[in-house]
Design a binder for this molecule. Sequence first.
Ligand code: B12
Length: 333
Amino acid sequence: MPTEKANKEPVDYTPPLSPLETASLFEAIREAGFPLVGAVDLALARDAFRTHGDRYAAWIERGFHGEMAYLERGLERRLDPTLVLPAAKSVVVCAIPYRRRADPVDPAAPRYARYLQGPDYHKRLPEMLEGALAAWGASAKWKICVDTSAVLERSWAALAGLGWIGKNTLLINPKLGSYLFLATILLDRETGLGPSPLPNYCGNCTACLDGCPTSAFAGAGALDSRKCISYLTLEKRGEWSTVDETAKRKMGTWIAGCDVCQEVCPYNLKPSRLDETWPADARDSALVVEWEKLAGEDEAAYRERVRVSALSRVKFPEMRRNLENAKRNLSPT
Ligand code: B12
């Protein structure tokens, strides 16, 4: 005879994963190329996640998102993953290092952030994870989220124990540093895993806060995007009307993204043996560094060059703006 409890089960009831099923999911994800993987159940993380949600709301309140209106629009969904996938019961978090090489820095060349090397991660990571989930073979509903979904990836990664959130706001793994891509999988099965955050090992170090060329940190863990070179070169559309001359000069030769708050981080100084996991492929031809080539390129040629790269986020007029500023910064004030 069915118990009363069983009669009250909601129709979409899905049983928790067995420890073996969770272990085989993690294994499939590692096999697919992600050395870091963890998970946390929404029900078990509710209290711990609230602090993250509050921080996010306060960040928006201070206007630190600049003109990234999607971050404001998606507020509610970011605070509740079941608004992204109604059946979600757990969040599986995966990370893969993207730094393949430390580029010799030519002070006279235009600079791209390292994450732009290789294929477009918005496309490649979901493909890799779809493969892993298919290989896992268990019955489950899921949604893979990489960057563009309304999911607080760093918060979930920290709660799943993949690293801690540093003063530069990046997720730092004690062994692999912070040159990592994050991806989350919202899953309709519980894993039985609660939050397992690592201690914050930033200590007294303030290298990232002090090193930021444009003083974009309002404090430890509080980035004012409006001053961040990454935001200004990648996300800000149109003119930099609110950026003063001194800040424009301090942007140096960065033309897409910026890595300074990671370059100065002690956790990124020792090369990782996993540096090579992110595929090196022909798509690096998107990252042209010759001034003459860049100056002579029209919009059609630019679009074709960046089509398969995450650089395609930067439209032609904005790239022109970035290049002009970087070129000007080569000559003394
Ligand atoms: C918007 C965005 C940006 C914006 C704003 C950055 C920012 N700091 O918020 C801009 C354009 C500036 C940006 C830049 C970069 N980004 Co970005 N970005 C995002 C995006 C889409 C959302 C981030 C967000 O929600 N910000 C809002 C603020 C409030 O979040 P936050 O500062 O991280 O704080 C949250 C938590 O970290 C937590 N938290 C922070 N500190 C503390 C402390 C305590 C005690 C607690 C409890 C919680 C806590 O609370 C907050 C609420 O959740 C994510 C992808 C995603 N969907 O999550 C990628 C992402 C964060 N970016 C990424 C990358 C790689 C970069 C760049 C390195 C690219 C580059 N080289 O130019 C730079 C780094 C600049 C920097 N220092 O952040 C990676 C980061 C990987 C990592 N190791 O952390 C992500 C996760 C994309 C991905 N899928 O891999 N980015």
